[in-house]
Design a protein around this ligand. Structure first.
Ligand code: SF4
Ligand code: SF4
Length: 265
């Protein structure tokens, strides 16, 4: 059985022009698809993609982690398959040689067929299942119902198209760095680059506690934050922190000392 290469030719860029032909000549069966990240959730093409047998490589202009997560989401990922970031290759020859080395091919040309599906502009998160611990933080944080809990209280992306285009907010509060927004160009960690973790964002963490009212593991407070001007704030949740025992007396002593120095006493 020949290995299969799945790609959307229009995403390959001019430098990879002719890639489907090169793959076919190298012995791959080639499936030309729309850009899979942008294909609707319920499109029939996902059944065809999930039904591909044997060795396969999926080539998209995304980092490999979100490609794998996308295919897992649609039941099309199997161990040994390859997720290939098209942006990482400068010429078809080197890419085809790499795929041949990884998957092997048989002699002769492979077929080229087109898989039809409808793709529109989409923006939504993908979850790296290898990192996610199903803590539920993203579910609690999102105001738009993108996430749901299943019966086993595992987080799943139930309504991806409710996500706000261009916003990767929840990726900044995920404790495991498991959430990826593959089209987010400002931060490769958020886009799912290999080995990177999004930096925790203090403002997003504080927003998380403000929205959920959950107990802060650092200061132990819960509920909606009540503003207390001038009071020190917890670095994790931003809630006003009561002065430590004895702090009031110490502050009063300091105030008295300052007044003495200024001759006000
Ligand atoms: S916040 Fe991160 S680790 Fe927690 S459930 Fe969501 S994706 Fe998983
Ligand atoms: S980016 Fe915002 S709207 Fe989209 S899933 Fe995350 S919290 Fe929800």
């Amino acid at each position: 059985m020949r290995p299969v290469a799945v790609l959307a030719p229009e995403t390959a860029g001019d430098h990879l022009a002719g890639l489907p032909r090169h793959l076919s000549e190298a012995g791959f069966d080639v499936c030309l698809s729309p850009d899979l990240y942008h294909v609707a959730e319920d499109d029939a093409i996902w059944h065809e993609i999930a039904g591909i047998d044997g060795e396969a490589a999926f080539l998209l202009p995304l980092h490999p982690r979100p490609i794998e997560a996308l295919l897992r989401r649609h039941g099309a990922w199997r161990e040994g398959r390859l997720a290939v970031d098209l942006r990482a290759w400068e010429a078809p020859g080197a890419l085809v040689a790499e795929l041949r080395a990884r998957l092997g091919t048989t002699a002769g040309h492979g077929s080229i067929q087109r898989l039809y599906g409808v793709a529109g502009a989409r923006w939504y998160p993908l979850v790296d299942e290898g990192r996610c611990t199903h803590c539920g933080s993203c579910f609690q944080f999102c105001l738009f119902g993108v996430y749901q809990l299943d019966d086993a209280r595992r987080v799943r992306i139930a309504h991806p198209d409710r996500c706000k285009p261009g916003c990767p907010a929840c990726s900044r509060i995920c404790p495991q760095g498991a959430l990826m927004f593959p089209l987010y160009e400002k931060d490769p960690a958020i886009a799912g680059a290999p080995g990177l973790f999004p930096k925790p964002d203090a403002a997003a963490r504080k927003m998380y506690y403000a929205r959920t009212g959950l107990t802060c593991p650092r200061c132990g407070q819960s509920g909606k934050p009540a503003p207390r001007p001038g009071a020190p704030a917890c670095e994790e949740c931003g809630r006003a922190v009561a002065p430590a025992k004895g702090q009031d007396e110490f502050d009063a002593l300091l105030d008295g000392l300052e007044e003495l120095q200024e001759g006000r006493r």
